[in-house]
Design a protein around this ligand. Structure first.
Ligand code: PMP
Length: 390
């Protein structure tokens, strides 16, 4: 109960919209889960049935579509247009060529056209993994209005695990806070893995309407019953102390943001110097980067990623043939073997109808020590400069 009370105290003012002056009831409107991952799968298992549709914005964190499928429901995809960011990058002059995650765009009419009486759930994620996009209040108001109009019976799962990692002028807007109807339909999801850099502790929570939280509690009871008591006490304490001054910063959250902003800038610089075009993230801890076709990491020999070909020939490595068609997969394989740096192909964040807009985008993560990020930067840059010179 101690953690539930702290969560209700912290999230009431953030989530309840101005027109509803109420507080969050810790006993009925909060559930603690084994990480945000369990929150997502519990919500899907508890609330979805066969024939239900769930609208996802692509690219999307892969747990969503798999949790939806496990619940026998059908994912329906709406694109977040990354080509707008690319077009912006290519017109952005020379020298500091980059895109900005603010240019990753949802077409709200396209989104609205996918909603119907079959839509049981919409999954939103801001700050967004993988692009770093932070949805604005105006964007969320337009989404909320479309849902009210076309799918009034639907639930929104708003994944806000990166709520405290928002950079520059961007501002985190909880979807529940946008309107009274949004508040009444939204399950807001959080994770200590991101906020307290404690991924392995696997604690998360959901705040939402009691009728929906009740359904999730029933499923949790027959799977793990509850999250272990010790970690709940630990994070109740952490939430109580996080607003206090910390390491010379006004709060723990301010320190966390400062640390991640620094890490973002180290990796951004390395990605740029390595000849890739980053989408500067407004939030979260990832950098997506466009890889020019001329970039050395794009090279393939007989359709096999250049650096991997020798391993594969010796039978030391099995390469999934399906992914040989995808340039982003091959770039990532080359980066691992040539440079010892791992990125994830962004097409892995798409569902069955894979993206095919000709862009090649890979995702780097900067949730690492500064030393490791600098080392990765040196590896990316040194080998790139050596190749340019040769
Ligand atoms: N949501 C998003 C958007 C994530 O990126 C992640 C972790 N990568 C999770 C949820 C899962 O969080 P947890 O570690 O708390 O299970």
């Amino acid at each position: 109960m101690e953690l539930l009370v702290e969560i209700a105290r912290v999230y009431g003012p953030k989530l309840v919209p101005a027109e509803r002056s109420e507080s969050i009831n810790p006993a009925t409107q909060v559930i603690v889960t084994y990480g945000a991952s369990q929150a997502i799968s519990l919500a899907c298992t508890a609330l979805l049935s066969a024939n239900d549709e769930v609208v996802l914005l692509e690219p999307a964190f892969d747990v969503y579509r798999n949790a939806v499928r496990l619940a026998d429901a059908t994912p329906v995809y709406v694109p977040l247009h990354m080509d707008d960011a690319c077009a912006y990058a290519s017109h952005n002059g020379q020298g500091d060529v980059h895109a900005d995650s603010a240019h990753v765009r949802l077409d709200v009419e396209e989104f609205a056209s996918k909603l119907s009486e079959r839509t049981r759930m919409v999954i939103l994620n801001s700050p967004h993994n993988p692009t770093g996009k932070v949805f604005t209040r105006a964007e969320y108001e337009a989404i909320a209005e479309a849902i009210d109009r076309r799918a009034p019976g639907c639930v929104v799962l708003s994944d806000e695990v990166y709520e405290h990692l928002v950079y520059d002028a961007a501002e985190h807007v909880p979807f529940a806070n946008v309107s009274a109807s949004a508040f009444a339909r939204t399950l807001s999801v959080y994770s200590v893995g991101k906020t307290f850099s404690a991924t392995g502790w696997k604690v998360g929570w959901v705040v939402g309407p009691s009728a929906l939280v009740d359904e999730m509690k029933i499923v949790q009871q027959i799977s793990v019953f509850c999250v272990n008591h010790m970690t709940q006490i630990a994070f109740a304490k952490a939430l109580r102390r996080a607003d206090n001054p910390y390491q010379g910063f006004p709060s723990y959250y301010a320190w966390l943001l400062h640390a991640y902003r620094g890490k973002r800038d180290v990796l951004l610089e390395a990605v740029r110097r390595a000849g890739l075009i980053p989408i500067v993230p407004q939030g979260a801890f990832y950098i997506c980067a466009f890889v020019p076709a001329s970039h050395e990491a794009s090279r393939v020999v007989d359709r096999m990623p250049d650096a991997v070909a020798a391993f594969a020939e010796r039978g030391d490595l099995v390469v999934d043939k399906w992914t040989l068609q995808r340039r982003d997969y091959n770039v990532c394989r080359n980066l691992i073997v040539q440079r010892g740096v791992t990125a994830i192909p962004v097409s892995a964040f798409f569902g069955e109808e894979q993206r095919d807009d000709g862009q090649c985008v890979v995702r780097f993560a900067f949730c690492h020590t500064d030393e490791l990020l600098r080392l990765a930067g040196e590896r990316l840059v040194v080998s790139n400069e050596a190749e340019e010179a040769s």
